[in-house]
Each structure stands twice: as structure tokens, then as C-alpha cells.
Design a protein around this ligand. Structure first.
Ligand SMILES: Nc1ncnc2c1ncn2[C@@H]1O[C@H](COP(=O)(O)OP(=O)(O)OP(=O)(O)O)[C@@H](O)[C@H]1O
Length: 401
């Protein structure tokens, strides 16, 4: 190659502003599609806060990528600004409980999030303090600085235990804080999370519950269309977004994955030196997005939750996909896996719950069958993801841990 030749491509022929397709990119004001009712329900629940009164505690459920975090943050921001217009000092703290799984980490994040050391004179070090000291400092900051605080606990089901929920829900009545009102917004994609909660915590934290449904094809199309500026003019063929929206709606209704599909389709066009992003690239892009989605879904899941999936993957690989496998059969293989792993197996009931959680997240599909008077009715479980992908991801994940 002649040194004068350009080794690098100076201009990207496909993407004009790829950042618009990053998941961290948040839609601008008024561009949250298809969530008006959910936003208004949430706003009603926390409304008393703008007058300095206690907001309701809320639990938001919904599958991944249904806009739960996005809407919770949006309503919280609007709440803070409206409260300020009413002369009420409010703020919110956001905790990603998948990162901060322990009580100490979570309370530290909240205290740090609401603190302003120059004003309070209180220092919140990253680590080194006891849990109770972090709490004491948090209560002092809250009473010193705020009338109302919302605490968003995203992926609340990943917390090690209910200890912090107990503290937050009882802070006022236990006299830990006297001037500040607290509201907790828990977010989860595990529909059965509430069943695991301590009864007292449950009754105080689940005052209002909302379920966010998956997006339909029209909503996904609008969500993607709003980011079409990521591409140069005329690069996106008109049928590409509708095709991606239809696929994503049929499979999961997950906005995050729909956006990923669009980005991958663009990358495929780029890698092949194609001038436009054609509809047919969507199929390939979808496969890549699916593997990513599955990888993310099982990241941080418990070993037993994986063993159950592994059991289903093994059954599918050795028997063909059939129309699913009965719970007893899955349990048998699951028990073998536990033995191999040197781990005590969970009860059949708990394994049924884990299977339900996987079904809720569209990793597996469950179907009810009637075996006639002799057998009664039973459930069959079928992987929705490709079993070899499941096996591969589970193995690579085990190698990492
Ligand atoms: N209604 C929407 N309008 C525009 N973009 C959206 C919408 N819903 C989701 N998105 C995009 O999808 C991303 C994922 O949404 P969000 O994090 O709110 O999902 P979630 O329901 O909290 O999912 P998870 O349970 O996986 O955390 C958002 O950051 C945003 O980029």
C-alpha cells in the first residue's frame, strides 16, 4: 500500500451520530413514547411530595426494556423541579441494586447521592464506615437539607436482604428522621419478588404497584424512529425500522433490544461496505441482539437459576426441541447438575418459581397440558432461546465467575 493511500476511513458512510443509538442516550423531554399513563400514575403516587408530604411508596414491575427506570427517573426529576416551585426542597437518589447489593453499599450510595459536603459538612467516604454510621450520616443529611426525598431502588430484587428496606420504610416512625419525608420507588423485573419480602416491609413498601407492559410494534417503531438521526440521510431504507419493530414486538417488546437491533443492522451494513441499511440485515442483527439480551438477563443471576436453564438446555439438545419438558423431568436433570456442582438442590416448589421467573422474562415458555383423569394437568417448559446459545453463554459465564 502506498503511504499516500488512506489507511483509515475518514468519514462514516452509515452513521451520522451513533451516540443516539447508545442505550445510555436518554430521550429528550416529551420524547418518551407510549408511557403517558404509566408516567401519570407514578406522578399521582408521589404527588404529595410537592407539598412536603409523604409520597406513596411504589413498586414498579415489568419486563426488561419496558421503560421502568426511564419513567421513574423522569417523574423524579419533574417532581424535584415542581416541588421547588412550591418552595419545597426535594431530591431523589438512584441506586442500581445490581451493583450495590449489600445494605452498606446501598446506604452509602444514597447518602453520597443526597449529600453536598460543602453545605452539610458531612463526609461520606466510599468505604470504611460501619453500616450504622452511614445510616446516621444519611439521616442527618436528610433532616438538614430536605423536606422530601425519593429513593429509587432499581433492580431491587438483587439486594442481598430486606434490611435497608426495613430501615427506609420505618425511618420516620422510628424517629430517625423528623423533618424529612421519604418515599421509596422499587423497580423489578421479577414479578414474584414481593413474595420474598418480609411481611412488614411488604405492607409499607407496596402501597402502590404498577406493571409496565411490553411495547407493541407501533411504539417500538416510534422509539426507533426518534433515533433515526443516528444515520445519514437516505441510508436507512424505509422498511428497516418497521421490520425491526415487528420482530422485537413479537419476541419481547423490549425497547433496549429494539434499539440494539437497529445499531447492529447499521454495523452490518458498514462491515459489508453497503451504502444502505437494508431490511434483510435486521434478521442477522436480531440474532446478535438476542444473544446479548440473554447474556444480560442471566448476568448476576443465582447459580440455581442457571442450573435450571442448563437442565432445559441439556434436555433440548439431547431430545430435540419437542414441545417442551415436564417440570418433573427438568427437576431430575437439575438435581443431577446440582450433584455435579456439589451443591444442595432446591425444593421442587422453588424450582417451579425459578421457571416462572424465566418465563416472565421470555427466556422460556410454559404451556399447560391436560393428561386426562389419570394424570391431571401439568406444565411443560420450553427454551425460547437457542439451546446451544444458552449452553454457550452459561459456560462462558461460569468460566468468568
Ligand atoms: N418509551 C420510551 N421512549 C424512548 N426510549 C425508550 C422508551 N423506553 C425505553 N427506552 C430506551 O430503552 C432504554 C431502556 O429502558 P429502561 O432502562 O427504562 O428499561 P427498564 O424497564 O428499566 O429495563 P430493565 O428492567 O432492564 O432495567 C432507555 O434507556 C431508553 O434508551
Amino acid at each position: 500500500m502506498d503511504a499516500a493511500d488512506d489507511l483509515f476511513t475518514r468519514e462514516d458512510p452509515i452513521f451520522a451520530n451513533k451516540e443516539l443509538l447508545e442505550i445510555s442516550h436518554l430521550p429528550g423531554e416529551g420524547r418518551i413514547v407510549g408511557r403517558d399513563d404509566e408516567i401519570s400514575d407514578l406522578a399521582t403516587a408521589v404527588n404529595p411530595a410537592i407539598f412536603g408530604q409523604s409520597p406513596s411508596n411504589v413498586l414498579i414491575y415489568g419486563k426488561t426494556g419496558t421503560g421502568k427506570s426511564l419513567c421513574a427517573k423522569y417523574v423524579s426529576k419533574r417532581l424535584v423541579s415542581t416541588a421547588s416551585e412550591e418552595g419545597v426542597t426535594a431530591t431523589f437518589a438512584y441506586v442500581d441494586c445490581a451493583q450495590d447489593t449489600t445494605e452498606t453499599q446501598a446506604v452509602q450510595t444514597i447518602a453520597e447521592g443526597v449529600n453536598n459536603p460543602e453545605q452539610t459538612g458531612i463526609n461520606i467516604p466510599d468505604k470504611g464506615l460501619s453500616t450504622s454510621t452511614y445510616y446516621k450520616r444519611l439521616w442527618r443529611i436528610l433532616d438538614q437539607r430536605y423536606d422530601v426525598v425519593l429513593i429509587l431502588l432499581d433492580e431491587i430484587d438483587k439486594l442481598d436482604d430486606d434490611a435497608i428496606l426495613m430501615q427506609l420504610s420505618r425511618a420516620g416512625e422510628a424517629g430517625k428522621i423528623t423533618d424529612c419525608k421519604l418515599g421509596v420507588v422499587g423497580i423489578s423485573n421479577k414479578i414474584q419478588y414481593k413474595d420474598r419480602m418480609d411481611e412488614r416491609v411488604k405492607s409499607s413498601l407496596c402501597e402502590r404497584e404498577f406493571v409496565f407492559p411490553p411495547y407493541d410494534a407501533n411504539q417500538l417503531r416510534e422509539i426507533m424512529q426518534a433515533r433515526a438521526d443516528a444515520f445519514h440521510d437516505d441510508v436507512l431504507e424505509p422498511s428497516t425500522i418497521p421490520r425491526a419493530a415487528a420482530l422485537a414486538a413479537r419476541e419481547h417488546g423490549d425497547a433496549r433490544k429494539a434499539i440494539d437491533i437497529l445499531r447492529y443492522a447499521g454495523e452490518i451494513a458498514q462491515a459489508n461496505g453497503e451504502p444502505t441499511v437494508r431490511e434483510e440485515f435486521v434478521t442477522q442483527a436480531r440474532e446478535r441482539a438476542e444473544t446479548d439480551r440473554f447474556r444480560e438477563l442471566i448476568r448476576g443471576s443465582t447459580p440455581h437459576s442457571r442450573y435450571v436453564l442448563q437442565a432445559l438446555a441439556l434436555l433440548s439438545l439431547s431430545n430435540g426441541r419437542q414441545d417442551g419438558f415436564r417440570t418433573s423431568r427438568v427437576y431430575e436433570i437439575y438435581e443431577n447438575i446440582c450433584r455435579q456442582e456439589g451443591s444442595d438442590s432446591l425444593s421442587l416448589r422453588r424450582v417451579r418459581d425459578l421457571l416462572k421467573e424465566h418465563a416472565f422474562l421470555d427466556i422460556i415458555e410454559q404451556s399447560k397440558h391436560s393428561g386426562g383423569s389419570a394424570e391431571g394437568s401439568y406444565t411443560k417448559h420450553q427454551l425460547l432461546e437457542d439451546p446451544s446459545v444458552v449452553k454457550e453463554v452459561l459456560t462462558e459465564d461460569d468460566a468468568e465467575t
